[in-house]
Design a protein around this ligand. Structure first.
Ligand SMILES: [Zn+2]
Length: 293
């Protein structure tokens, strides 16, 4: 059977080793019109690298290089496809802000045709060295016993080490980037829900007022009006508020909307409150100018 007659995976036909899931935005767009509605499930789909070099290696046959097998059989036995892995189905590889998976098949030196019965993944060094070098170079990761690191990240880590960035620092950097990516997906999910809810909820409460100063006494009336109006319409009190001066507005907001403080753990902005406050020595005179000199 020639390589051209072999059935290629869809991604190979499109000129890609990768299967990319929908971008979070499109995934949520699709979920919104699906029967199940918006669920975060599709945001967890990873990129998958499909590695079946036997379909791309021309007429070159993979053979068993096991020394014992060669000695006993007298020549290199041709390997046959054993199928896809099932435990695990694919290998996880760590990259800059996410993980991707490498999906491959196993090949075996079949006992049925007089072979040694051993089997290998298609990314095993014994297989890789038999592939066309250009094809082998397409493999994107360094695999360890249980995990794997993307080759580009490994290059980045190596370059960072040369500039005194320790492995501990790299671990923290990668963790931060992975968390950020997770948060960004979660935000996409929340935006999608908000968009859906706004479609079903045409009414909104708005109170606008022009006031002479930034004093909270003017804002108070507006907030009390909103609170009462929500109650009158049978709507829940707000659980999220926005103000550009949290420190000064916080107490008034919480007084009018007790719901804002439910389940909220306050963050202490002054993290060095236990240290004494620095004061200017008494002999320093601070001139305060109120008129032009
Ligand atoms: Zn063998």
């Amino acid at each position: 059977m020639g390589p051209r007659s072999k059935q290629l995976p869809e991604c190979y036909k499109q000129g890609q080793f990768w299967i990319h899931p929908r971008h979070p935005f499109f995934a949520m767009d699709k979920a919104a019109i699906s029967a199940g509605g918006i669920t975060p499930e599709s945001l967890y789909f990873p990129d998958v690298f499909v590695w079946i070099p036997t379909l791309l290696n021309g007429d070159n046959k993979l053979v068993c290089k096991d020394h014992k097998c060669i000695r006993s059989g007298g020549k290199n036995k041709e390997l046959s496809i054993k199928g896809f892995n099932d435990n695990p189905i694919a290998r996880r590889v760590i990259t800059l802000d996410s993980c991707y998976y490498i999906l491959t098949q196993r090949v075996e030196c079949s006992r049925k045709s007089g072979g040694c019965g051993k089997s290998w993944n298609l990314y095993d060094p014994m297989i890789m060295e038999q592939l066309d070098p250009g094809l082998a170079a397409c493999f994107p990761a360094f695999l360890t016993h249980r995990s794997g690191v993307d080759k580009t990240i490994m290059t980045l880590i190596r370059a960072g080490m040369a500039h005194s960035l320790s492995s501990n620092a790299w671990s923290k950097i990668l963790r931060e980037l992975h968390l950020r990516e997770h948060d960004s997906r979660e935000l996409t999910y929340l935006y999608a829900i908000q968009k859906e809810e706004s479609k079903h909820n045409f009414s909104q409460l708005r109170y606008q007022s022009f006031v002479p100063t930034k004093s909270l006494s003017h804002v108070r009336t507006a907030l009390e009006y909103i609170s009462k109006s929500l109650e009158d319409h049978g709507l829940p009190q707000p659980n999220l508020g926005f103000t550009d001066n949290v420190a000064s507005d916080d107490a008034t907001f919480v007084e009018i909307f007790p719901s804002l403080s439910e389940g909220v753990k306050a963050v202490h902005l002054d993290e060095f409150s236990d240290l004494p406050r620095m004061t200017l020595p008494s002999h320093i005179i601070v001139p305060i100018c109120t008129t032009e000199l």
